[in-house]
Each structure stands twice: as C-alpha cells, then as structure tokens.
Design a protein around this ligand. Structure first.
Ligand code: FMN
Length: 215
C-alpha cells in the first residue's frame, strides 16, 4: 500500500455509533482479527484475546446492564446532592457509553497477562517492575492490536467504535456475562457493523502542537 492510500484510510476512519441492519460475517471478523494479531507486542508476548459477540439480543443485554449500572451511579450521586452531575451522567455519558446498542457485533478486547523470558529470568528475580506495570504492558500491546482491528474493519467498509464506557460502568457484569477469567483485563469493547452513515472528518490538533523534533 502506498503512503497516500494509508493516509486516506487512517484519516477517513471515524467512530461509528449508528449501524445498518446488515449483519457482519464471521469471515469478516476472522479477517480483521488476522490483521489485529500482526500488531507489535512487547517481546512478541501477544497479550491479546478477543471475544466477538455476534448476537443482537446479547448486545442489547449488555446495553441494558450498562444502563443499569449507570443509573445506580446517578441515583447515588443524586442522594449525595450532586443532581447536576447525576443528570449529565444519564443524559450525556449514558448515550456515549452505550453507543454500541445498534451494532450487530461487538468485540470485547482483552489484555492477557504479560509474560516473557525477560520478566521470568531477569525482572522478577530482581523485583524490577510491579504487577501494575506488567498489567499496563499488556494493555499497551492490546491497544495496538485494536488499532489494527479498527483500520482493517474500515478497509473492509465496516465501521467501529472503540469504547471504554461499558467497561468503566459494568466491567464485573461483562466478566460474568461472558465468563472472562480474572487474569484477563477488559481493555475495550469495539462496536462493529456496517455504518448507517459516514460521519465527516473531525478536527485534530495541528502537527506543530503535538510534535517536538529534537536534532
Ligand atoms: C480509549 C477510548 C475510549 C473510548 N470510549 C468511547 C465510549 O465509551 N463511547 C463512545 O461512543 N466513543 C468512545 N471512544 C471514541 C472516541 O470518542 C473517538 O475516538 C473520538 O471522539 C475521536 O473521534 P473519531 O474516532 O471519530 O476520530 C473512545 C475512544 C478511545 C480511544
């Protein structure tokens, strides 16, 4: 692929929150996971796992329990006199955190425990690093695989929305619902489907604002 084509792909990917009725094919999921798994990972640890929920009723159930948790948080905030925040939680964050509701598929992206020969033979004996650092290391590689996943989906004409909203609100419910082992971190949920419409590009910070070149 030439640079201009890649740039066009990267620039035209948008988070999609409205999906058409068309289903996603299992072959499409396999194709995009095939791309996800070629992401780089620390010492090629490949700290990722994916659960593709391809059942609209199940996705609706996930949406329902995410709303339930959100409303509990809002009710508790209201009781503590935080009515304004409670209202914003429901009106603004609620739709944002449940924007996967119309998706025909949802990929739950997990980070598996980071293990490596470095860690086993050097870091752990030296007590270098901490469980939090190794958990973060797993998340870093998993996140790179998610970007591959989203660009691959986009290249196939599919839309995605990376989402931590349902994880922040209903991680434990998601774990139980999908039987996710305790040693796996739920990194993100990615809504996946055929876009109902293609949103326009949105603004980004200017290159000069975010780039420092050291010579
Ligand atoms: C870590 C992360 C968490 C996100 N969580 C949500 C979410 O819970 N709900 C949602 O609708 N979008 C979510 N997004 C999508 C962002 O809102 C979106 O990427 C951003 O506004 C830029 O828009 P674009 O993806 O269309 O370029 C998330 C994105 C990232 C990277």
């Amino acid at each position: 692929m030439i640079f201009d084509e890649f740039k066009q792909l990267a620039q035209s990917r948008r988070s999609i929150r409205d999906f058409s009725e068309e289903d996603v094919l299992p072959e499409d999921i396999r194709d995009i996971i095939d791309c996800a798994r070629y992401a780089p990972s620390d010492t090629n640890s490949q700290t990722w796992d994916f659960i593709a929920v391809m059942n609209r009723d199940k996705i609706k159930e996930i949406e329902a329990f995410t709303w339930e948790r959100l409303k509990e948080i809002a009710a508790s905030a209201e009781q503590r006199g935080l009515a304004r925040e409670a209202k914003m939680m429901v009106k603004s964050f609620g739709p944002y955190a449940t924007a996967f509701g119309s998706a025909p598929a949802m990929v739950i992206c997990l980070a598996t425990p980071y293990t490596s020969k470095f860690r086993e033979r050097i870091f752990d004996p030296l007590e270098f690093g901490s469980p939090e650092i190794w958990a973060e290391e797993g998340i870093k590689s998993s996140s790179l695989s998610i970007q591959n996943l989203m660009l691959a989906a986009h290249a196939k004409g599919l839309g995605t929305c990376p989402m931590t909203g349902p994880v922040l609100l209903a991680e434990q419910d998601l774990r139980e619902y999908l039987n996710i082992a305790g040693d796996r971190q739920i990194n993100m949920a990615v809504a996946l489907g055929h876009p109902a419409a293609q949103p326009k590009m949105i603004a980004r910070k200017e290159i000069d604002e975010i780039l420092t070149i050291v010579k």
